[in-house]
Ligand binder design. Structure first.
Ligand code: MSP
Length: 536
């Protein structure tokens, strides 16, 4: 468990070039779940997201839309913020690369590194991928049997280009980078580290071309304003510009980029290279600390294994899912079903099965049957807690403790999929306990002590389960806690370790948390949503 109390987590900043699709929402939901958990666990959290608004592609899109680039990105950013609001993404700060404060930092960093000699003026020749805005070297570009050249990332055609440009002296830092990996083996996953070393570093890392003259929508450098900064360098600096680095007030930077802060960047696997090679080098050149971890998550793919992507136009908006199933259900599905760190598919059958089994049949059912029985047998009052008489109850309380330990260990290490699984296992303990004790039978036979013991224990499971599920489902868990009328002081993470304080609480009105979905109808609806209506 980390002993650092300040915690800084970031998502990548999203290209302001189109609508948010469910692939993008995955990263924000994952980061939000971690941020919410860390807050619950008492950390001083700063959670940041934002948008990447410069570059040729955005300039071209603005022209096509007949508006100036700033108006274009302002509109897109408004729509991004709306999506994050609708998904309950609890970011503390939203950074834009068109913010004056951000642009000022980019210029300062450029000037400082130019002065130091870590940036120099040269000539760039290479293979340029316009959609990705990336130059590739001969050794990196993919060549087919007809001699056509393609981008190794997105597999679209590239063309030869050359321009006068400024370069970041990457080669100088390669020995340092390898040593840094050596000293910090958990900086990112072992397999990705090997991939970066074998694919990019060993074949010989070139100095990075960091300015462009072929378009103007970017941060101009002060020393030579026809050059604008390469979009990736501009973008990476968001992580520290958003903390006020090199401004009059550096207090946020000192707290959240200080040595006693745990710093985590969450990124999709397609942008690993920038975050694990160029970003550490840039920070080293600036003489400031490195992040603790870059967590690389997998991508959401289509059935046929292709990345859901804005530019490929194959990606689903989160809205139909939010509207039909609710935001918590969508968030839960993403966290629980898509193994954190590996690629996943959005599959209608799995979606419906997961919602039915974990949310309707397990969590929702436990809340509903426990609270209904409290109404039926005890006039809506949680029975008085007493030391358990039954061995089944004693064992249940031990099992709850054990699940909590497992849940906290998973969430502390940011394995949110495992954390979600442990939370639902805890809820399942409640359902199994209910079946074992069969409170309806105890009621019929007049065993009031055991009936009370059972309903009390179930009330505790609802409370504890709702608290630990709250980072994933911030709404329905509050609904459940409200239905049970749990006081504020018993909604904290430390309070999950204390049993016995719910006695005699009057519960509130009940309402179903999650409807049970009709599998065939819902799968049909989802398939049509993804593939379009079937031909008749
Ligand atoms: N602007 C850059 C990031 C700069 S960070 C200093 C960028 N933007 S992006 O909009 O293309 O992607 C933002 C994030 O969304 C990336 O982490 C990317 O991996 C993620 N995703 C885009 N499509 C995705 C899926 N289909 N599935 C999961 N995540 C996906 O890259």
């Amino acid at each position: 468990m980390s002993n650092k109390k300040n915690f800084y987590i970031t998502t990548p900043i999203y290209y302001a070039s189109g609508n948010i699709h469910i692939g993008h929402t995955y990263c924000c939901v994952a980061a939000d779940t971690i941020a919410r958990y860390k807050r619950l666990a008492g950390y001083n959290v700063r959670f940041m997201t934002g948008s990447d608004e410069h570059g040729q592609k955005i300039q071209e899109k603005a022209i096509a839309a007949g508006v100036d680039p700033q108006t274009y990105v302002d509109n897109i950013v408004a729509s991004f913020k709306q999506v994050w609001k609708d998904l309950d993404i609890s970011y503390d700060y939203y950074v834009r690369t068109t913010d004056a404060s951000h642009m000022a930092l980019v210029q300062k960093v450029f000037s400082e590194l130019l002065e130091k000699g870590d940036i120099y003026l040269g000539e760039y020749k290479g293979w340029y991928c316009t959609p990705d805005e990336t130059f590739w070297s001969d050794s990196q570009v993919v060549v087919d049997e007809n001699g056509n050249h393609f981008c190794p990332d997105c597999h679209r055609p590239v063309h030869l280009d050359s321009e006068q440009a400024y370069f970041l002296n990457v080669k100088k830092f390669v020995p340092w980078l390898l040593e840094f990996y050596n000293q910090n083996p958990t900086f990112f996953s072992k397999d990705k580290m090997n991939e970066m070393i074998n694919t990019f570093i060993k074949p010989g890392l070139e100095d990075l071309c960091i300015t462009r003259t072929s378009f103007s929508w970017g941060v101009p450098i002060k020393e030579n304003p026809k050059h604008v900064i390469y979009v990736w360098i501009d973008a990476l600096l968001n992580y520290i510009s958003a903390l006020g680095y090199k401004t009059e007030d550096e207090s946020l930077f000192n707290t959240f980029w200080g040595d006693d802060c745990e710093i985590v960047h969450l990124v999709g696997r397609d942008i690993t290279r920038f975050h694990t090679i160029y970003w550490p080098i840039l920070l080293k050149a600036l003489g400031i600390r490195e992040p603790d971890q870059v967590i690389v998550h997998g991508l959401l793919l289509t059935k046929s294994g292709v990345k859901l992507s804005k530019s490929l136009g194959n990606a689903l908006s989160p809205y139909p899912l939010i509207e039909k199933y609710g935001v918590d259900a969508l968030r839960y599905y993403m966290v629980r079903e898509i193994q954190f760190g590996t690629d996943g598919n959005f599959t209608p059958t799995q979606f419906v099965d997961r919602l039915n089994s974990d949310l309707a049949n397990s969590y929702g059912n436990l809340v509903n049957r426990t609270l209904s029985m409290m109404n039926k047998y005890f006039e809506g009052v949680i029975p008085e807690y007493a030391d358990p008489t039954s061995d089944i109850t004693k064992k249940l309380y031990e099992d709850i403790k054990e699940k909590l330990v497992q849940y906290n260990a998973a969430m502390e290490s940011m394995d949110i999929t495992l954390g979600a699984a442990k939370a639902i296992e805890l809820i399942n303990l409640g359902n199994k306990y209910f079946d074992d004790i069969a409170p309806w039978t105890q009621a019929k036979e007049g065993n009031i002590v055991l009936l009370k013991e059972c309903l009390y224990a179930a009330a505790e499971i609802i409370r504890i389960g709702s608290i630990i599920l709250s980072p994933i489902m911030p709404n329905k868990t509050v609904d459940a806690l409200n239905q049970e009328n749990v006081p504020e002081e018993l909604r904290t993470l430390p309070s999950t370790e204390v049993i016995g304080k719910l006695s005699n609480i009057h519960i509130n009105e009940l309402s179903a948390l999650f409807p049970r979905l009709k599998k065939d109808d819902e799968v049909k609806y989802l398939v049509e949503l993804i593939d379009g209506p079937s031909q008749k």
